[in-house]
Design a protein around this ligand. Structure first.
Ligand SMILES: [Zn+2]
Length: 272
């Protein structure tokens, strides 16, 4: 599933090819993604792309007509550039045609993603965006913020950091890895985790996401090659997906448990 680093990589990959270009037309082959693609998307005609940004895992493409495309990649979505002559693959549901030699194709076998359009002026008030917590790499996600939230709550620390209202973009893999790096048991109740460990957790989340994004940067070329999968990359993982394998720090077997319906991997010795 595309996580925040993959979405950030997608943003960085597509931005140079879209900024200042004109969407000539949009071909929609499958209107039913997670939600129906609004009609107005298929009516875009000679509209300039004036800015692009990411909020959580949503890509926002701001257009000159004061509308903003909201694109989410869902479970299996991807965006990539193709030549108009390239054969359309199965699950290429939407094609954005530009005034260039390239077109942008939205590919999504499971169709849990979305393409919506909203007035730019109110896009951050959209129900999908308005209640999101701070970005994990922004100054708003800091020690004081996490310490204050944790002391008021009695759920597990892992559930807390995966809550999009608390902080966005910490998916299951990154939550497991950050808790390992900060030496916190994923099941520990929030208000029992020391301030020192919470500070370590803020640093761990930032460091893991930053490193994933920089690894993604090395795959940027794939966005303009039609014969490669775009922008997803294998992370060096310490605990995630490594049940019964030795902890890289102490050699103890990594344990897997289910927490909040998600597989949760941790080292019982390092993460007490
Ligand atoms: Zn260990």
């Amino acid at each position: 599933m595309p996580e925040l680093p993959e979405v950030e990589t997608t943003l960085r990959g597509i931005t140079p090819h879209l900024l200042g270009r004109f969407i000539k037309s949009v071909s929609i082959y499958q209107i039913q993604l997670r939600w129906l693609i609004p009609d107005i998307v298929s009516q875009l005609d000679n509209i300039k792309v004036i800015n692009l940004e990411r909020r959580a895992k949503y890509l926002l493409i701001h257009l000159e007509n004061e509308q903003t495309l909201i694109i989410h990649l869902g479970m299996s979505g991807s965006l990539r550039f193709c030549k108009p002559s390239d054969e359309r693959r199965k699950h290429d549901h939407v094609i954005f045609h530009f005034n260039t030699e390239q077109e942008l194709r939205y590919h999504d076998p499971r169709r849990f993603g979305c393409i919506l359009i909203e007035p730019t002026i109110s896009v951050f008030k959209h129900p999908l965006l308005k209640k999101l917590g701070p970005e994990p790499l922004s100054p708003d996600f800091n020690d004081a913020y996490l310490i204050d939230l944790a002391k008021k709550r009695k759920k597990s620390i892992k559930t807390l950091i995966m809550d999009q209202h608390i902080v966005v973009g910490v998916g299951n893999i990154y939550a497991c890895e950050a808790l390992f790096m900060a030496r916190i048991n994923p099941n520990e109740v929030c208000n029992k985790v020391s301030a020192k460990k919470l500070k370590a957790l803020v640093r761990a989340i930032s460091s893991i996401l930053t490193s994933a994004i920089s690894q993604g940067g090395t795959t940027l070329k794939d966005f303009v090659q039609s014969n490669h999968q775009p922008g997803y990359f294998a992370q060096q993982l310490s605990v995630y997906g490594r049940a019964n394998q030795p902890c890289p720090e102490c050699g103890t077997s990594i344990i897997v448990m289910t927490l909040g319906q998600r597989s949760t991997f941790y080292c019982p010795k390092c993460q007490k």
